[in-house]
Every structure is written in C-alpha cells, then in structure tokens.
Ligand binder design. Structure first.
Ligand code: BGC
Length: 735
C-alpha cells in the first residue's frame, strides 16, 4: 500500500522573524501489534524526520530535493519497522524553507512565507490487517518552534541548542499545492562525501582566524565545541583570500554563508541542517576558548553520482586542471546542475548545464541525475515551448535565450550518446521538439533566430573590460544553435522511428536553416562576426563547407594568433575551440592553448592555486586583484567542459553516436607532436566495463594501449584503422 497521495499538506501559521523551521509531530497509538511500518515523507521546504526518536534517512541531505515544485515534489520512503516497539509511532519532522521559500525562491512564489509537510505511515499488523496514518489537520498533529531559529540556503543557519521544541500549535492545511504532485524519488540522493581536516589555521593581516581546508567545495563544516550554556561558535565561509591574504567575501554578493551555534553547555557536535556553503576557508568569528584544529572538519556534500572517468598525463598542471573539473562538478551537482554554490544564485542555469553536460557524463554516471532535471526542464516549458533560463525556475516568463534554452535538446541527446538508453529521448522528445517550434516562431523568418535578447558568448574576452556579453553577434549564435538543435531533433526522430513525414519535416527544416545561416552570416572569406567564437561555433555545428569552411578554419587560426596565441572565447566558444582545431589539422595549436600557463588559459587559474574551475578567465588577475565582485565565482563548472577534450581527443576515447553507450567505441587519440605532452592515460567506466586508452612518446616512437570492454567493439584510428572486439591492444608507431 502507498498512501502518500492521500496525505494533506500541513503547515502552521508563520510569524515574522521566527519562521525558519517548525517541528511537526503526532503520536499514533494503533492498539494492535505492528509487524511492518513504512514511512513516506516529503516537504515543501527541506525536512529532517524522526520516528520514535530515531533519525530516519539521515544519510540523505536536504530532502526532498529540488524539483519544479509547482508541478512535482519527490517523496522518500523508509522502512521504519525496526524503530517501532509495541503499538506506538511517534512522528517528528523538522521542516525549513530550503529551496521552496527561502531567499533562493525569489519573489515569484504565490505564497512566499510557507513551508509544509506531507507524510504517511503505512502499517501491517500482526493479525493480518493493515491501516495508514496521514498528515492531516486533525488527529492531534501539532507544530512547534525549534532550535533552528534562522535558516536560509544563502545565508546559513542559527541554531540555539538551548531550545527544545516549544509553543505547540494545531496545524492547518496548506492549500497552495495539490497532493497529486507528490512523486517517487526521481533523481539521485544528496549525500555526504569527502571529509577534510583543516590544513592550517591562518591569522590574516587583519587578524582574522581562518581555517583553510585546502579544497574549494560545497558542503558545511562540522565541529565539536565545548562551551558554557549561551556561549557561541560562529563561522563565516569564503572561497578565496584576497591579494593581502585577508578573508574575501565580496564575491558572495548578498549571501552571508554564516553559521551560528549557541551552546546548551557541555560538548556538542554540530553542522547546519538546512543550509550549505560554497567554501574553502572558514573564518572563526566567535569561539569559546582557543580553537583546536581537530575540532573542525569540512564535509563535501553532493548528489550521489558515481565516478566513471579518470585522466592523467605527463603534465601535472593539466592533471590538476582535470581534477578541478571534477571538483567543479561535485560542487555544482547538488540535486540539480547549478551555476555556482556560493553567491546569492546557486541556480539551475540551463546554458551552464548544456556546455558541461558531455564532460559531466564522462566524469561521473549522471544518467539519473540528468533524467530528473530534464523532466523538470520539460515541465517548466511554456505552452509555446519556451525554456526558462534556470530550472527549476524562479523566473518563469515567455522569453528564453539561445544556447541556454537549447539545453532542452542538447542534454538529452548527450545523455543518450553517453549511456545508450533511448528512454531519455522518448521522455524528452516532446520537450525537444517544442523548443525548436518555439525558436521557429520567434521572428518572421522561420529559418533564422534574429529576434530577442540573448546572453551570447557570455564572459568572452573580445569586448572591453567589464562587459559580460562577448562580441560575437547574438543572432549568428542563435541561428547556429537553432540549426544544431533541429539537427538533434531530426536524429532523435530517426532513432525513435517517427513517421516519414516528421523526419522529412526536420530534414527540410535543417537544410533551410543551414542555407539561411550561410546567406546571412558568411561575408566573403569571413563571418559577420570576425571572432574566435563565431568560427568555432559555425565549424563545430558543421554549418560550413568547401571554401567557406576552409576560410573559417584559417580565420580562426589567425584570430588566435592575433590574440597572442590565446583564447578569447566565452561560455559558448570555449567548449568547442580545441575540438575544432584538432579536427581541422591544428592539433599543435589546440595543445598550445590547452597547456598554456599564462592568462587567459585554462591552466592559468591552476598557477594561482585554484582547486575548482573559475567563472572568469581573470577571476584573480595576474597582479593579484579581483575581477568585479558582482560576478566572480571561483566554482563555476562551465569552462570545465575542457575535460571532454581530454577524454575524446587527448586520450581519444569516444562513444559512437550510431551505436551509443560505448557499445562501439571510437579510439582516436590526438598525439602532441611537439613533445610538450608525452604521456596520457584515461578511462571511462561504461556499462560494459572500462574503456581505456594510454599513449606514451619514447624517443621517436608512440606506444599505445587500448582496452575494449566485453561485449563491445571498437575502431582504433591511429595511422591505420583497426576494427577490433573486446580485449587489450597495443601498438607502436613512428612519431
Ligand atoms: C550565472 C551564469 C549564467 C548567467 C546567464 C549568471 O549569473 O552565474 O553562469 O549562465 O548568469 O548569463
């Protein structure tokens, strides 16, 4: 029996200033011996549940997770039989605002102040009968105020240990939501992962006491504190120190990231319940006595995704960059793909997810993670197919940006290619086709997207300092992405065996867009925008051919030379630039950009001590000063998309679109001929087993070894092509 849909959402009248958390409780007396009890629970907000005083599901954090709450909320199910004695079930659930109505929810909610609980206990009795008990307005459900006196995702938590639940009041039914929206857990659970002891206690020039955990991350500090009743332990969190070595919080904008614990006397262990921080450093603002480093531990918290990819090379800085992409992902895969975990944003920006999706899918198994998020993407779409810029969205309106909305098409297809499961395309097909319909209807010409405002090549360096939007024409970008999305939808139509008419429709639409793109944007031997990103996107999406293609390659190379052999691309050009160079005869230049140490480059932040991927190429400038505090995250995974180049080109491990999920593998390593990289080793755990590639240059020879998992085949393309079955294959060739 599953009765959660019979439960009512219950809440309690909230008051200004003391509404951070309520404890909802009821004691059930069944009058009969209980044989089995299943507890199902969810919240509009975040919950922590107890049955007969035992914490239930404590290994999961920030439940019930973040979905597009207007349409669906996940519930979790726990077998609680072991906690039941006799015929009594005491339910206690703490509920805080969390993503539902904390500051992160913005001001678009119809009911801004609320949070609510829905739960049910389904019981089998020893006498063979059964019954269920739901949250509802009657049956002595009560709500009390709690020790969590302040809680907000951005701002942190204040916990007064002296307070036991008090001020019990009857509950009311929350009418804002329909119980039918309660669904089973769709995504991965959020759990605790790495634990870090502080590497040092720094006394800054300003005299601040700062703990350095050595790694930028998302999570919280758990500490043990011995104090007298009323004494406080207060921590503030930050990602970096400034040029002088002081604690730097300006880039957090309005997010306070402050945790305050008030002791009830004695020794306590504490970590925030309903808030997480993006940090490497924690400043001790108040502490009873002298802090002991052993009292602190930072815990990284993220969705429980399984690591699948590995990469190492002869260049330790490149390896660090790769590790930083892993940390960028861990820090921003907290139930949904977020832009960043620290400032007053932490949102599911669709463009960021789209550019990083491929790398993410090799680094970790993110099938379930993306499946859940993409379901929310589909539900968030407007009637006209518009995709909000962030999902779950607090900015629901009819307009969407190109390259951000295209996430609705690009992500499902990438997940299909990496994992080989058509189900994701079946689930998303309607959403994907609605998006291209939306784009088609944006202007008078159905083959160009030349209307509206777009983020463009966000944060590119080809514009005057301080400008966010890159120089590349936004409509050139929009039309190129439109072509790419239609191309994907037509491929999906074929894979899903849609009827001939549908397939022809998308084939024709695609041809027309490509023709319109060339007519509009090819200007002699250049494109309308003479920028690195314009050439990269047109080439990567296959929009040019013959002489136009040749010209674009040459222009791209000369644009890079003009920029002192460095990249000037932003969010959109960056993920593809190295691929385009390597695929078009310029692997030497691709390696030069990849291994570059000087600003602007991927490795430059590594030289500045980065342990995650920065939002800006110049987050910390060569002279040590910071980029604008308005937009300066040190944990933004977007540029971490470079990891997909390490897997696909450096190591050469590629899935084959026509036989996806690595059932047929294409090994095509690109060797670094000038000797600046002499060795690379990488593997991806596929559902068939490990696909691996290693190469090493010794003398004037390259030695390769490829691992082809069971039940798969591979094409190995080095100077010759070998078609092989599972096994381990080694080759040597002249350099
Ligand atoms: C976010 C980005 C996002 C962008 C939209 C920013 O505030 O942090 O990563 O994609 O807005 O351009």
């Amino acid at each position: 029996m599953n009765t959660i849909n019979s439960a009512r959402w219950i809440t309690s009248v909230l008051e200004e200033g003391n509404d951070s958390c309520r404890m909802f409780t009821r004691t059930i007396k069944t009058g009969k011996e209980i044989q089995k009890a299943i507890f199902r629970v969810t919240a509009l907000g975040m919950y922590e549940a107890y049955i007969n005083g035992n914490r239930i599901g404590g290994e999961y954090k920030f439940m019930p997770g973040w979905t597009y709450y207007d349409r669906r909320v996940q519930y979790q199910s726990y077998d609680v039989t072991q906690y039941i004695k006799d015929d009594e079930i005491k339910v206690e659930v703490y509920v805080a605002k969390g993503w539902f109505s904390g500051r992160i929810a913005g001001n678009t909610l119809t009911d801004k102040t609320g949070f609510a609980l829905a739960c049910t206990v389904d019981v089998d009795f020893a006498d063979g009968t059964d019954d269920f008990y739901c949250s509802c307005q009657k049956d002595d459900w009560k709500a009390a105020k709690t020790a969590v006196v302040f809680s907000d995702i951005y701002d942190g938590e204040t916990y007064d240990e002296r307070i036991k639940p008090y001020d019990f009041k009857p509950v009311t039914v929350y009418t804002g939501f329909n119980a039918n929206n309660i669904i089973e857990q769709d995504g991965e659970y959020i759990t605790e992962h790495e634990h870090f002891k502080p590497v040092s206690l720094i006394i800054t020039p300003k005299g601040e006491r700062v703990l350095d955990f050595g790694q930028n991350m998302t999570g919280y500090v758990r500490f043990t504190v011995r104090a007298k009743a009323g004494q406080k332990a207060i921590l503030s969190h930050a990602e970096v120190l400034d040029n002088e070595g002081n604690f730097y919080t300006d880039n957090l904008r309005s997010a306070k990231q402050r945790v305050e614990f008030i002791s009830n006397g004695g020794t306590s262990v504490y970590a925030p319940h309903f808030s997480f921080q993006g940090f490497r450093y924690a400043r001790i603002d108040e502490w009873p006595g002298t802090p002991d480093l052993n009292a602190f531990e930072a815990i990284a918290v993220h969705s429980d995704i399984k690591r699948t990819g590995q990469f190492e090379s002869s260049d330790k800085m490149l390896d660090k960059l790769y590790q930083n992409t892993i940390w960028g992902q861990k820090s921003n895969f907290l139930d949904i793909p977020t832009d960043c975990p620290q400032r007053d944003e932490r949102l599911g920006w669709t463009g960021d997810a789209q550019v990083f999706c491929k790398a993410a899918s090799y680094n970790f198994n993110v099938y379930r993670f993306f499946r859940k998020w993409l379901h929310d993407v589909a539900l968030s779409q407007g009637m006209n197919g518009a995709v909000p810029e962030t999902v779950p969205s607090r900015f629901l309106y009819a307009h969407s940006s190109s390259a951000w909305g295209d996430a609705a098409v690009i992500c499902p297809y990438q997940i299909y290619v990496t994992y080989g499961d058509r189900k994701i395309l079946e689930d998303q097909y309607e959403s994907m086709s609605k998006w291209v319909d939306y784009v088609m209807n944006q202007g008078r010409n159905p083959y160009l997207w030349n209307t509206g405002s777009h983020y463009g090549d966000w944060l590119a360096l080809d514009v005057p300092f301080g400008t966010y939007k890159g120089k590349t024409d936004i409509y050139l970008i929009a039309t190129a992405y439109y072509a790419n999305s239609v191309d994907i939808v037509r491929k999906a139509s074929k894979i899903l065996k849609k009827n001939k008419k549908t397939i022809k429709y998308y084939d024709d639409l695609y041809e027309n867009i490509v023709r319109a793109f060339r007519k509009e944007y090819v200007k002699g031997d250049r494109l309308l925008s003479d920028t690195q990103t314009a050439y990269v996107i047109a080439l990567h999406f296959g929009l040019l051919e013959g002489k136009d293609k040749e010209n674009a390659i040459n222009q791209l190379v000369s644009k890079i030379h003009e920029f002192n052999d460095k990249i000037s691309t932003g969010f959109l050009g960056t993920p593809y630039i190295l691929h385009v160079l390597a695929e078009n005869g310029h692997s030497d230049l691709a390696y030069k950009l990849l291994l570059e140490r000087e600003y602007p480059s991927w490795i430059y932040p590594v030289t500045k001590g980065a342990t995650t991927i920065w939002e800006h190429w110049d987050g910390i400038r060569p002279d040590g000063t910071m980029w604008s505090k308005d937009m300066n995250s040190f944990n933004h995974y977007a540029y971490g998309s470079v990891a997909d180049f390490m897997y696909e080109k450096v190591a050469g491990i590629n899935p084959d679109e026509s036989d996806p999920g690595f059932r047929h593998i294409l090994f095509k390593p690109v060797i670094c001929k000038d000797g600046s990289l002499t060795y690379a080793r990488s593997s991806i755990d596929t559902k068939y087993g490990k696909a691996g590639s290693v190469w090493e240059i010794r003398g004037n020879k390259v030695y390769y070894t490829f691992t082809v998992p069971k039940k798969t085949t591979a094409s190995i393309r080095i100077s010759k092509t070998y078609e092989v079955n599972s096994g381990v294959y080694s080759y040597e060739e002249e350099l």
